[in-house]
Design a protein around this ligand. Structure first.
Ligand SMILES: NC(=O)c1ccc[n+]([C@@H]2O[C@H](COP(=O)([O-])OP(=O)(O)OC[C@H]3O[C@@H](n4cnc5c(N)ncnc54)[C@H](OP(=O)(O)O)[C@@H]3O)[C@@H](O)[C@H]2O)c1
Length: 271
């Protein structure tokens, strides 16, 4: 028997960064659970494909081409979501960016395939630093500011921010990414406290390794892949669907008393 407390059927969700990878997986999992969606990213064609797939599952899906780092795009996303769904119950801030690094081996330096000047760190320009912070942190603030009044008025809402194990444990050549993900967890706690009295929960999930565009360069390198797997006690990568299932749980009535938390889902990596 399935407890009704775990059901999110009939809810309406906005998922950012839905054009591929984890965001796509989260969207499909929510649709599978009976949720109507507004999916956002810059890649309109990929969103249209996802939208068609979700509609085939019998759910409503509105597509919103959005650069989540731009205030005017976030405002348009909110208008599109309200027009298409009528209301929003769940906001998933999943869009994420990392500074791309070409594969150039550095002799004697670990990890062997990473690039950089040993002892230096990766954000080579203010522009790159801000781009990562804008997408991974500021965008979540802007979407919460856009959807917040609606949640506050209705005295309900679930916000789920997609952070990373990197928020808790750093690794080489990810300085801006690590800083942005840790800040996202702190922002999650701060907003959870702000909104707790208003029936809104704000949580984060911290995925371990999932094979996506973001991790492709690392995981395509066989030595690096084996090294990563050797650090995961379950000896396997996570899946986008597993991330989606945790999001579905946090959005469900069963998770009503959980707020301000980061739940790591990493096959034991951080343990
Ligand atoms: N994969 C992992 O192992 C892993 C581990 C821990 C945490 N995460 C986190 O999980 C989330 C999803 O990552 P992923 O692995 O699925 O990466 P991905 O395949 O690179 O997907 C990133 C998503 O974010 C969107 N995005 C990037 N910049 C955007 C912008 N300016 N405006 C709107 N959308 C933007 C991309 O869409 P467009 O390019 O179409 O805009 C895409 O849909 C990220 O927050 C990432 O940090 C991933």
């Amino acid at each position: 028997m399935t407890l009704p407390d775990f059901s999110i059927a009939g809810k309406k969700a906005v998922v950012t960064g839905a054009s591929r990878g984890i965001g796509r997986g989260i969207s499909l999992t929510l649709a599978e659970a009976g949720v109507d969606l507004c999916v956002a990213a810059r890649g309109k064609a990929e969103l249209e494909t996802l939208g068609a797939e979700i509609r085939k599952m019998g759910r409503t899906c509105v597509v919103a081409a959005t650069d989540i780092s731009k205030q005017e795009d976030v405002e348009r996303l909110a208008r599109t979501a309200f027009a298409g769904l009528g209301r929003v119950d769940i906001l998933v801030n999943n869009a994420g960016a990392m500074v791309p690094k070409p594969l150039v081996p550095i002799p004697g330096f670990n990890p062997p395939s990473a690039v950089g000047i040993p002892g230096f760190f990766e954000p080579t320009s203010n522009e790159e630093w801000h781009r990562v912070l804008d997408v991974n942190l500021t965008a979540a603030m802007m979407t919460m500011r856009a959807f917040g009044p609606h949640f506050l008025q209705r005295k309900e809402g679930r916000v789920i921010n997609i952070s990373s194990v990197d928020a808790a444990k750093s690794s080489h050549f990810r300085v801006s990414y690590v800083a942005s993900k840790a800040a996202l967890c702190a922002f999650t706690r701060a907003m959870a406290v702000e909104w707790a009295r208003h029936g809104i929960t704000v949580n984060a999930i911290g995925p371990g390794y999932v094979e996506t565009e973001l991790t492709r360069t690392q995981l395509e390198d066989e030595r690096m892949r084996q090294r990563i797997l050797s650090e995961i006690p379950m000896r396997r990568l996570g899946t986008a669907r597993e991330m989606g299932l945790l999001v579905a749980f946090l959005a469900s009535p069963a998770a009503a008393y959980i707020t301000g938390q980061t739940l790591y889902i990493d096959g034991g990596f951080l343990a």
